[in-house]
Ligand binder design. Structure first.
Ligand code: PLP
Length: 447
C-alpha cells in the first residue's frame, strides 16, 4: 500500500513545476512536502519538524499559524473575501493605506496595491516612466540599476535586474537599463569606502551626462538580497538618494526584502533617513501570510497623474486582486502585533545575539565573509580563504550545505556559494541559538 507521502510525491512529480528549480534534478530527489506550521517550525507530511531558517523565502515575521493573524483573516472572511479597487474601495484597504503612510518615511503619501514584489516594482517603474511623460519630459525613459540587482521576475522587473544567471536569457525581450557597480568590497577589492566611491562616481557620471534621459534609479536599500546578501557601506544609500535629487532623477527604494523590521529598522531607508520618491514593499507586509504588495508614491508623483480625464494622465494599471480585503486585514493585524511586541527593537537584540554566535565561524577555513544587517545574514563560502578563490558553481557547495541543514532540522536556500540565514523575526533567542548551531554544523560538514 502506498503511503500518503508516496501518493503526494508521485502527484508532485507528475503535475507541479517548481519556481527557480531545475526539475530534472528535483525529480530525482525525495521531495520535502510541508503539511503545517507552528511558530518558527514547519512540519512535513511525515511529521518531521524543521526550523524555518529562511522565513519561507524571507517573508515570515511572526511565525506560522499565529492566532491573531488567523483571526484577522477569518473575521474578514465573514464579511467579504474580495471586492475590486477599480473605482470603489474596501474597509481594510483604506485602513492599511493610512497605516502604511504613517510608518513609511516622510513624503510617501499615496498607496497603490498589487500582489507580489515583482508587480510592485513593475508599478514603480511604470509610474516613474509616466510621471515624466505626464510632466512633458518625454526623453526621460531610462532606468539605472545596480550590478547583481534582483527586483522580481516580471518583464519590467527583469529589465532592471542584473543577475546574468537569471536575466540574460531574456535580454532580447527587455528594455535596456544602465548598470552601476554595487559596493561589494569583499569581491571587488579595496575597503568599503573605495567600493562606495566607485558606485557614487559611476552614478554621478551618468547623472551629469545623461540625466535628461534617465527616469529613475532603482535600489535594494542597504542590503542587496538575491545578489548574495551584500550590505552597503554606511551612508552610500543616503548619498545616492541625494545625487538623484540633485540631478532631477527619481529614487525608487525596493524594500520588498528589507521592509518590515528585517534590517533592524522598520524600513532599511530609515537607517539613513532616506525618503524615496517611490517605495515598493511586499513579502513581510502581511507578516508573510498572503500575497499583498504596495508601491508608495509622493504627492509630487501622484499630482502629475491628477488631471481632467481628457488630459490622458490616468495611471492605467491594475490587477484583479489589487487591495484584496483578506490580505489587507492580515497586514493590519501583523503591523499591530509588530507594534505591540516592539518587534523592530527586538530584531536589534536578536541580531546582536546572532552576530556574536556567528563570530565563532569567522576563523573557519572556508568561511570567506559573514555579512549581516539585522536578521538578514549571508555567509560566503570560498575554496581558498587567503586568496578568496570561490568554489566552482558546479560543486554546489551552497546547495549541499542547505541539504545538510535540512537533515539537521532547518530549512534554508542558498544563493550560489552564499549560505542564507533569514529567520522569522519572532524567533526567540533559544530558537536562534539552535538555528545557528545547525548552521555552523552544516557548514562544517560540507567544507
Ligand atoms: N524585490 C526584491 C528586493 C526581492 O528580494 C524580491 C524577491 O525576493 C522581489 C522584489 C520580488 O518579489 P516577489 O517574489 O514577491 O515577486
Amino acid at each position: 500500500m502506498t503511503s500518503e507521502y508516496e501518493r503526494l510525491a508521485t502527484l508532485n512529480k507528475a503535475y507541479l513545476w517548481h519556481p527557480f528549480t531545475q526539475m530534472k534534478e528535483y525529480n530525482s530527489s525525495s521531495p520535502l512536502i510541508i503539511e503545517r506550521g507552528e511558530g518558527v517550525m514547519l512540519y512535513d507530511v511525515q511529521g518531521r519538524a524543521y526550523y524555518d531558517g529562511f522565513s519561507s523565502v524571507w517573508l515570515n515575521v511572526h511565525g506560522h499559524n499565529v492566532p491573531e493573524l488567523n483571526l484577522a483573516i477569518t473575521e474578514q472572511l465573514g464579511k467579504v473575501a474580495h471586492s475590486t479597487l477599480l473605482g470603489m474601495a474596501n474597509v481594510p484597504a483604506i485602513e492599511l493605506a493610512e497605516k502604511l503612510v504613517e510608518i513609511t518615511p516622510p513624503g510617501l503619501n499615496k498607496v497603490f496595491y498589487s500582489d507580489s514584489g515583482a508587480t510592485g516594482v513593475e508599478i514603480a517603474i511604470k509610474m516613474a516612466f509616466q510621471y515624466w511623460h505626464n510632466k512633458g519630459f518625454r526623453n526621460k525613459t531610462t532606468f539605472i540599476t545596480m550590478d547583481q540587482a534582483y527586483h522580481g521576475d516580471t518583464i519590467g522587473a527583469v529589465s532592471v535586474g542584473a543577475i546574468p544567471l537569471f536575466h540574460e536569457v531574456f535580454r532580447p525581450m527587455l528594455f535596456p537599463s544602465l548598470t552601476i557597480p554595487y559596493p561589494y568590497p569583499y569581491r571587488y577589492g579595496g575597503d568599503g569606502m573605495e567600493a562606495m566611491d566607485a558606485t557614487l562616481t559611476a552614478l554621478r557620471y551618468l547623472l551629469e551626462t545623461r540625466a535628461d534621459e534617465i527616469a529613475a534609479l532603482i535600489v535594494e536599500p542597504i542590503v542587496q538580497g538575491a545578489g548574495g546578501i551584500i550590505v552597503m557601506p554606511r551612508d552610500c544609500l543616503r548619498q545616492m538618494a541625494e545625487l538623484c535629487r540633485e540631478y532631477g532623477v527619481l529614487f525608487i527604494a525596493d524594500e520588498v526584502a528589507t521592509g518590515f523590521g528585517r534590517t533592524g529598522a522598520m524600513f532599511a531607508c530609515d537607517l539613513e533617513g532616506v525618503s524615496p520618491d517611490l517605495m515598493v514593499m511586499g513579502k513581510g507586509l502581511t507578516g508573510g501570510y498572503l500575497p499583498v504588495a504596495a508601491t508608495l508614491a509622493t504627492d509630487e508623483i501622484y499630482n502629475a497623474f491628477y488631471a481632467d480625464y481628457e488630459e490622458q494622465k490616468t495611471f492605467f494599471h491594475g490587477h484583479s486582486f489589487t487591495g484584496n480585503p483578506l490580505g489587507c486585514a492580515v497586514a493590519l493585524a501583523s503591523l499591530k502585533l509588530m507594534e505591540e511586541r516592539d518587534m523592530v527593537e527586538g530584531v536589534k537584540v536578536k541580531a546582536s545575539f546572532v552576530e556574536q554566535k556567528l563570530a565563532a565561524l569567522k576563523d573557519r577555513p572556508h568561511v570567506g565573509e559573514i555579512r549581516q544587517q539585522g536578521l538578514m545574514i549571508g555567509i560566503e563560502l570560498v575554496r581558498d580563504k587567503a586568496s578568496q578563490v570561490p568554489y566552482d558553481w558546479a560543486e554546489r557547495v551552497g546547495v549541499r550545505t542547505s541539504l545538510r541543514a535540512r537533515e539537521l532540522g532547518m530549512l534554508t536556500r542558498p544563493l550560489g556559494n552564499a549560505i542564507v540565514f533569514i529567520p522569522p523575526l519572532a524567533s526567540s533567542i533559544a530558537e536562534l541559538d539552535e538555528m545557528t548551531d545547525i548552521l555552523a554544523e552544516s557548514i562544517l560538514y560540507v567544507t
